[in-house]
Design a protein. Structure first.
Ligand SMILES: Nc1ncnc2c1ncn2[C@@H]1O[C@H](COP(=O)(O)OP(=O)(O)OP(=O)(O)O)[C@@H](O)[C@H]1O
Ligand SMILES: [Mg+2]
Length: 429
């Protein structure tokens, strides 16, 4: 029988781990940002002139993921607006767009319109682009005063997606010539360092030349960032002292990503909570790390094109059924050729293309390809899946077209047949 009284008693006595869990979430902007003084100062120096009603140059922030670009812009924008309020100056309007989500020129303009005038949304599609642009100018002229900052986060995605979006950027950079009393400033953010090389020279010339680089954090810097958050996020004594240095070291080893470190710390805390532990210890960090790896693999798998998923399906079948243990590119290709016939409308790729896709999967860490010397036969590439076979099957089943064939054992793997010169033959004995 469920003992409700002792349940409540235990619940009351249970030591809590988190004091304010939200402090570890990515959207939380802390009251100061350790190790970003230089970048904060540079952005502040550029946007400060809006306080005296002049126009700053456009700005570009570059740096790998989790290096504080968004956090720095949000931090500066909050402080700038606070200064405006204190000095009785109209606050600047800040519009944040993530080009991963708003990823066409049309949608960028429409979204800016909607941020300025939410009561009269622009249709999701259908207007000619110059009509949306005119609507934007009218809305800015009638509804805004002072400065408006448009932050285009992950701007490289927009540029890569379509050449046409560069025309939109070009017009957006020059919008001020058509505005009456508002000045629009563009802040681009990108984690692709050489992104400017991909731009049209017309767009480059209308960008300001203010680039601010965000270097990756090292382990000690990440430790400071985590220490600052942990004080608020956890109850005193809920964290073993080795937990933060370990989270910092693991995140720094990858590429100095503060977001990853904060996620790891939060998930380690949640793991301790689930296990009813009194303290977060390093075991919880390793468990959280393993789960995060799995989540990352799953997310990566879901975003793969169907052909790459077919390759993983072939590898899955080989690892499941083949007795020899080692899998080579040729085996994968033979199985692939057989399986591809089950998917109507899917073209068969060449062996060369399949090898390229295997190389990409290797780079992404989904498979492990090792070249080994095989004596007088030269060098051969052996491929192994980096995903646990049960997990791989679950991932494959998330793709409806593959879920149907995941259980089919390819004829080439049935003992009675063999493949020779691309054709399948029944073995004689
Ligand atoms: N110097 C710092 N001090 C405190 N927290 C930080 C610092 N830098 C980053 N963070 C935190 O790390 C997380 C990731 O930072 P942010 O979102 O700014 O990264 P980003 O550079 O914009 O990454 P992406 O390119 O993926 O968008 C956020 O929770 C942010 O608050
Ligand atoms: Mg960001």
């Amino acid at each position: 029988m469920f003992d409700i009284d002792s349940y409540f008693k235990d619940f009351m006595e249970k030591e809590e781990i988190f004091h304010e869990r939200n402090v570890l979430r990515p959207e939380f902007v802390p009251s100061f940002l350790p190790h970003r003084d230089h970048q904060i100062q540079k952005v502040a120096e550029i946007v400060a002139c809006t306080l005296k009603n002049s126009m700053p140059s456009n700005l570009f922030l570059f740096g790998k993921t989790g290096t504080g670009k968004t956090a720095v812009i949000k931090y500066v924008s909050e402080h700038l607006n606070q200064q405006c309020r204190e000095s009785g100056i109209p606050e600047s309007k800040w519009i944040f767009l993530n080009c991963q989500e708003v990823n066409t020129g049309y949608r960028v303009l429409a979204k800016i319109c909607d941020e300025i005038d939410p009561k009269h949304p622009v249709p999701i599609a259908g207007w000619p682009i110059d009509v949306v642009f005119d609507a934007l100018i009218e809305k800015i002229n009638t509804l805004l005063r002072g400065n408006c900052f448009i932050v285009l986060d992950e701007i490289d995605v927009l540029v890569k997606k379509a050449r046409k979006s560069q025309d939109v950027l070009y017009n957006l950079f020059r919008i001020n010539s058509r505005l009456q009393s508002t000045k629009v400033n563009i802040i681009g953010i990108s984690n692709v360092l050489n992104f400017k090389n991909e731009l049209d020279p017309r767009v480059i010339s209308s960008l300001g030349d203010e680039d601010i680089v965000f270097p990756a954090y090292n382990a000690l810097e990440i430790k400071d960032i985590l220490d600052q958050r942990a004080v608020r996020a956890f109850f005193p004594h809920a964290l073993d002292q080795s937990v933060i240095p370990l989270c910092a070291a693991l995140a720094a080893k990858e590429h100095g990503d503060a977001r990853k470190a904060l996620d790891l710390l939060r998930k380690a805390g949640e793991c301790a909570e689930r296990r009813n532990a009194k303290k977060v210890v390093i075991d919880h960090v390793y468990a959280a790390q393993e789960n995060m790896e799995k989540d990352k693999m799953k997310e990566y798998f879901e975003a793969l094109p169907l052909q790459s998923k077919m390759i993983l399906l072939s590898l899955f079948q080989l690892e499941k059924h083949s007795k020899q243990g080692a899998v080579i590119t040729g085996d994968i290709y033979n199985t692939y050729v057989e399986l591809v016939k089950f998917i109507p409308g899917l073209n068969k790729l060449t062996q060369r293309r399949v090898s390229e896709l295997i190389r990409e999967l290797d780079l992404a860490g989904m498979v492990n390809a090792r070249v080994k010397s095989t004596g007088r036969y030269g060098r051969t590439k052996f491929i192994k899946s980096n995903i646990d076979i049960k997990d791989l099957k679950n991932y494959l089943c998330t793709e409806p077209r593959l879920a149907e064939i995941v259980e089919i054992k390819p004829a080439s793997l049935q003992n009675k047949t063999t493949i020779y010169a691309g054709k399948q033959f029944r073995k004689l004995m």
